[in-house]
Write a protein that binds this ligand. Structure first.
Ligand code: ATP
Length: 590
């Protein structure tokens, strides 16, 4: 397949933020794609080469990318660097510089999707000494045969900067329309995606074998399952009401969610974002080998503990484990335990369709022999009265937890969903505003005084799932330490865009705009109506959105969350309504 239609589609998609138009472009591209290339094209659309859990990156240094552009355009490096300083984007730099490149007289190899993909693949797989030079040669070989527009996208891709403004479910919609003619079939595709986390494989199966094959897609060991998530409630009464009077209440530990895949002689760990994090926890990996099952997929929360007292420590302590060197020391200095709370797959059988109660029984049975110092089953109690929930919650908090998770005993495991089958009841819900919010940083104001040269305040947005955009809900300027200010500047600088990003909706005027990538946690005293913020605009009052009052950064950057997993505008609206209810004493309404 020619690379050209891909590039043309990308260019058109960059010009629009309408979800309908984006879907249409994708549909027509997918229809033009040969079925056996669909997986590769699907990954390329997502700006990747493989599903995230493979953890494969191109790894080309910026300096090398600029050299590749210089050598294939015949310009000197300083001229290329100058354009880069102006554009701030390596892809745009390639596009501009290559316009004036002399047309090669040599017969060049055709630019096909197959060629581009396999060269990208080679770049990603080149490691070790001298790898940067080899990567550079591969990139140059592509650039030599590219048009400026092709070069632009090749470099954006290589640098991980290709952003078409589409979420996974826009791709799912497009696949359903392109191959079944009916958007309603997206649900079947989404189910397959939820158990495999691999959109390329789902797409290829659909294109080559049809919808029935997608529906029959099975759980596969070492392919992570998209996690089931929880809704929030503020009181034990509400939790029990949601659970129809009887609930399983578990400690909500403040650590990192980990999906453990155990095979006969191998264990892999995946994060909540489905990235492979086996190397963060070699001790957990080793302990998990002792689980008495040939094959298993289980979920648990890894928590840091005080080695002397065994007490749970806050989430931040786990950060010490994210290092490339000095693992042995980190393991000793920052010991952890894993508290399992679910089993999804066991010895060839998918256990997700079983009710929670049965899965819990199974979990206890499987872990019976393996429970040593490091492996535990999360403490749990069955409750039928609010007092029981509250008592267990107090005990959990005393033991260093965030609160409790309340689960419906009859519920199956719904991969990838956030529903009232699991609810969370947290300590913070007892004070001020009901909960912390995880919001996406979309813009900033330059700092003044002590903050000169840094960002003074950040503009935060909630996710609007139906429109697939980020709508502003607050500016935050407090709760930052000097280290945070440095870190924000360092990390956000890479994501600066020249104007408000196409997926950002706000009435606020900012000095700097960012791609919506970073998620941070904030608390606030309440939610108010605002004429400038666009979250839930017109929902409560015509012309007004919702905004946070007295927002404060909690110190927690949620790098375990994708921007699409941030607090949604619906959740902000629910918080607002709940707050009004509490004040007026009105009965709960849904
Ligand atoms: P939060 O910000 O509250 O952690 P989240 O959006 O990351 O929420 P939620 O699904 O809302 O995810 O809350 C559940 C999270 O709580 C899980 O992702 C997991 O990391 C953690 N957790 C701790 N203990 C449990 C438990 N017993 N059962 C399920 N999840 C638990």
């Amino acid at each position: 397949m020619d690379f050209k239609p891909l590039v043309e589609t990308f260019a058109e998609m960059e010009q629009t933020s309408s979800r309908i138009a984006l879907t249409d472009y994708l549909v027509s591209l997918l229809k033009k794609t040969p079925p056996d290339l669909i997986d590769k094209v699907t990954y390329l659309i997502q700006g990747k080469l493989y599903p995230d859990y493979e953890g494969i990156e191109m790894g080309l240094a910026e300096k090398m990318a600029l050299r590749a552009i210089a050598s294939s355009s015949g310009k000197n490096l300083s001229a290329v660097e100058k354009v880069y300083r102006e554009t701030g984007d390596i892809g745009d730099t390639a596009g501009k510089v290559m316009v004036s490149k002399a047309q090669s007289t040599l017969v060049s190899e055709a630019m096909t999707v197959e060629r581009v993909y396999s060269t990208f693949d080679r770049i990603a797989r080149t490691t070790g000494q001298g790898s940067q030079e080899t990567k550079l040669r591969h990139v140059s070989s592509l650039l030599n045969d590219s048009t400026p527009e092709e070069g632009r996208y090749i470099m954006k891709f290589v640098m991980g900067a290709l952003r078409l403004g589409i979420a996974d479910y826009t791709v799912l919609d497009a696949l359903a329309i392109a191959f079944t003619g009916d958007k309603a079939n997206r649900e079947a595709l989404e189910n397959a995606y939820n158990v495999s986390s691999d959109l390329g494989t789902v797409a290829r199966l659909l294109a080559t074998k049809g919808l029935a094959a997608v529906k029959a897609m099975q759980v596969t060991l070492f392919k992570p399952i998209r996690p089931m998530l929880a809704e929030r409630v503020t009181t034990a009464e509400e939790a029990l009401e949601r659970m129809e009077g009887k609930a399983a209440v578990e400690y909500k530990l403040d650590g990192e969610r980990v999906q453990v895949h155990k095979g006969k002689d191998r264990v892999e760990l995946f994060s909540r974002r489905l990235e492979k994090i086996t190397s963060h926890y070699p001790d957990v990996t080793k302990a998990a080998m002792g689980i008495k099952a040939k094959e298993a997929i289980m979920e648990g929360e890894v928590v840091a503990i005080n080695a002397q007292t065994g007490e749970y420590l806050p989430f931040q302590e786990l950060m010490h484990r994210r290092r490339k060197y000095g693992f042995e020391e980190a393991m000793e200095a920052y010991p952890v335990v894993i508290n399992f709370f679910d089993v999804l797959y066991l010895d060839g059988k998918n256990k997700m369709p079983l009710p929670y109660e049965e899965r819990r029984e199974l979990l206890e049975k499987v872990l019976m022999g393996a429970r040593d110092g490091m492996i535990k089953v999360v403490p749990q109690k069955i409750a039928t009265k609010p007092e029981q929930v509250d008592r267990f919650m107090n005990q959990a908090i005393e033991d260093g937890c965030e609160g409790v998770m309340v689960k419906l005993p009859q519920s199956i495991y719904r991969a990838g969903s956030r529903e009232y089958l699991w609810v969370k009841l947290k300590r913070e819900y007892r004070s001020e505003l009901a909960d912390t919010l995880d919001l996406v940083v979309v813009g900033a104001l330059h700092g003044r005084g002590r903050r000169v040269g840094k960002y003074g305040a950040l503009l935060l947005a909630a996710y609007d799932k139906s429109e697939d955009v980020f709508k502003s809900v607050s500016k935050v300027g407090t709760g930052f330490t000097d280290e945070h200010l440095d870190q924000f500047y360092r990390e956000l600088e890479k994501h600066v865009v020249h104007q408000k990003h196409a997926r950002v909706d706000t009435g606020m005027d900012m000095d700097v705009w960012f791609e919506p990538v970073m998620v941070i946690e904030v608390i606030a005293s309440e939610i108010t109506l605002s004429p400038s913020h666009t979250a839930a605009k017109n929902l409560i009052r015509e012309g007004y959105g919702l905004a946070l009052r007295f927002p404060k950064f909690t110190g927690r950057i949620r790098d375990d969350k994708d921007p699409e997993a941030a607090t949604t505008v619906e959740e902000v609206a629910t918080m607002y309504k709940r707050q009004v209810r509490v004040r007026t004493g009105a009965p709960p309404a849904d």
